[in-house]
Design a protein around this ligand. Structure first.
Ligand code: COA
Length: 260
């Protein structure tokens, strides 16, 4: 499949998706959201792909936000639809994806860009990364899950501060605040992400997928995360991967998981 605004490459069990509108600092317009959604659907069905890395083209920006020019003249109804479509196609979609998605933050991650990084399961930033939710400086609020996920990651007090001041954090502060898991040099950014994937690729696909679902259940107000954990933990005992994992341990060998 060929895309206009994203690039995809597959190597060593990982699909790397590069948002590719460098002249607009990779701002998320409707077409980019659609293409990202399609690429993720395709990758979900490919058993060879064990994880996805999301990054931005160029060395200046991961994603500098939703495309401001595109929504500049939107009505109230269109604004609501913009947020709802984004949640459905990208932000909730990635958070609930069956394979880990890692954000390789290679520069500005602002507004929708930071929201994109925050819906990923793991975040790695390069030293030059700058992160923030500047929406209040445009007279709007974060609409792609930022008001909720930022507070989950850094706590309510820091989320209030970042959103109402619209200030940017540098990579080291983002690390100290718990917003990113690692800070590395630009040269090491993808290597670090691939190193994480190399560990994921050794684990049971069905266990990894279930773990993502159960961790997310704890943040879903309609569910009790502990109850979901008990249910899903039990189901694991019926999988091939569980039987193989335990058998391999007892036989002192490496397991061969098939994801069933
Ligand atoms: N939407 C649309 N276009 C964007 C954009 C966005 N979120 N962010 C950057 N661009 C475009 C600029 O309009 C400019 O396009 P042009 O050359 O056709 O005029 C191009 O990307 C380069 O950006 P520029 O502002 O010239 O780069 P800079 O280095 O001076 O500043 C930023 C970088 C990130 C500080 C600045 O681009 C910015 O503040 N962007 C908006 C961030 C934001 O508010 N995001 C939240 C949106 S809800």
């Amino acid at each position: 499949m060929t895309f206009e605004n994203i690039l995809t490459s597959f190597e060593d069990k990982v699909l790397t998706i590069t948002l590719n509108r460098p002249e607009k600092l990779n701002a998320l317009n409707a077409k980019t959201i659609e293409e990202l959604h399609e690429a993720l659907i395709e990758a979900e069905n490919n058993k060879e792909i064990r994880a996805v890395i999301l990054t931005g083209s160029g060395n200046k920006s991961f994603v500098a936000g939703a495309d401001i020019a595109e929504f500049a003249n939107f009505s109230v109804a269109q604004g609501k639809q913009l947020a709802a479509t984004g949640h459905f196609k990208i932000f909730n979609f990635i958070e609930n994806y069956s394979k880990p998605v890692i954000a390789a933050i290679n520069g500005f991650a602002l507004g929708g860009g930071l929201e994109l990084a925050m819906c990923c399961h793991i975040r790695v930033a390069s030293e030059n990364a700058k992160m923030g939710l500047p929406e209040t400086s445009l007279g709007v609020i974060p609409g792609y899950g930022g008001t909720q996920r930022l507070a989950q990651l850094v706590g309510k007090g820091k989320a209030f501060e970042m959103i109402v001041t619209a200030d940017m954090l540098n990579a080291q502060d983002a690390y100290k605040w718990g917003l990113v898991n690692y800070v590395v040099t630009s040269e090491d950014l993808l290597t670090k992400c691939k190193e994480i994937v190399s560990k994921i690729a050794l684990r049971s696909p069905v266990a990894v997928k279930t773990a993502i679902r159960v961790i997310n259940a704890g943040y879903n107000h309609h569910l009790n995360g502990f109850d979901v954990e008990i249910e899903e933990f039990g189901k694991m005992f019926g999988t091939h991967d569980f039987k193989e994992g335990v058998k391999a341990f007892l036989e002192k060998r490496k397991p061969t998981f098939n994801g069933n």
